[in-house]
Design a protein around this ligand. Sequence first.
Ligand SMILES: Cc1cc2nc3c(=O)[nH]c(=O)nc-3n(C[C@H](O)[C@H](O)[C@H](O)COP(=O)(O)OP(=O)(O)OC[C@H]3O[C@@H](n4cnc5c(N)ncnc54)[C@H](O)[C@@H]3O)c2cc1C
Length: 311
Amino acid sequence: MFSTTQKEELKKLFSEEIGFDLSLSPFTSIHVGGPADAMIWPKNEEELVQALVWAKEKKIPCLILGKGSNTLVKDGGFRGLVISLTKGFRHFGIAKENGHHVWVQAQGGVPTQQFVRWCVDQGLGGAERLAGVPGTIGGNVFMNAGTHLGEIADLLEEVQICDAKGKLMTLPKAKLEFEYRKSSIPPSTVVVNAVMKLEKGERGKLEKILREIFEKRGLSQPVELPNLGSIFKNPSTTAQSKKKAWELVEEASCKGVRVGGARVSEKHANFIVNEGNATAKDVLILIGLIKDKVKQTTGILLETEIKVVGE
Ligand SMILES: Cc1cc2nc3c(=O)[nH]c(=O)nc-3n(C[C@H](O)[C@H](O)[C@H](O)COP(=O)(O)OP(=O)(O)OC[C@H]3O[C@@H](n4cnc5c(N)ncnc54)[C@H](O)[C@@H]3O)c2cc1C
């Protein structure tokens, strides 16, 4: 998709952290998907803005990719520019303190589990709701990631974003909307920074919560094989059914069903695992099959949680 001139321009802007025709498979947790025309890792806000302005001028589509733990890239890959914050935007730390509360700032590319671990080490409570959620803080905010303990939106005070025109702005949480695994942040807008309000707590207690969550996840999730976490949203959150998505998939007898190298996990029916040679097409066919069977068996139309991108 990129002309030789455009490639040269990009190389000038991002001489070190740039790749062309790069397979996106290693950049997603399920390890499938075709190449991106180009992928860049901006070092700082200035480079990020330059990239967005450049892409906007040239009408080149952009995809913001975190750790790809909720993203299925199709086998044809992505025509456009993939922007990753995972190298240049990894700073986090305490912004201010007041009584029992501590405001922590984290850049969009911070690995969530590194952040959670640090909060617990500091004796800061609140972040344990993200224990075991892979990905980055930027991806978590965009998706409003969470667990049974709560979601990231509960912690947010403000979010710094950079829109598709390259305009940086800081928004208080009240200016954004969050619902179950969804935010009002538009797709080509980058979450650059998030400020979260945490509470001083007891490190020992937080450690215990973390340990229990990881133990439970290890037993209930197919951590040994590449996957994307939950494929479908729980309809119980939209009052369609009291049942969780995995219960409906089980009820439709889809556990263990396989298409090519993709299989519905035996351990957790809402997970699809890559047995080694899965393609995105295998995963998508399997998703369609599950949806049909669940609809036939239970009358409920499941909605996907994962983001499908590319062609
Ligand atoms: C084993 C496993 C367990 C999981 N468990 C949970 C769970 O308990 N709870 C839960 O909520 N999720 C869970 N997930 C899903 C996933 O980890 C979350 O959705 C996470 O928030 C995705 O973060 P990411 O950085 O990997 O985003 P990606 O998959 O890279 O991107 C997801 C979406 O966010 C956008 N995005 C990414 N970074 C940014 C940014 N900086 N600015 C703007 N947009 C951005 C992307 O464009 C895309 O639309 C799980 C996944 C796996 C593989």
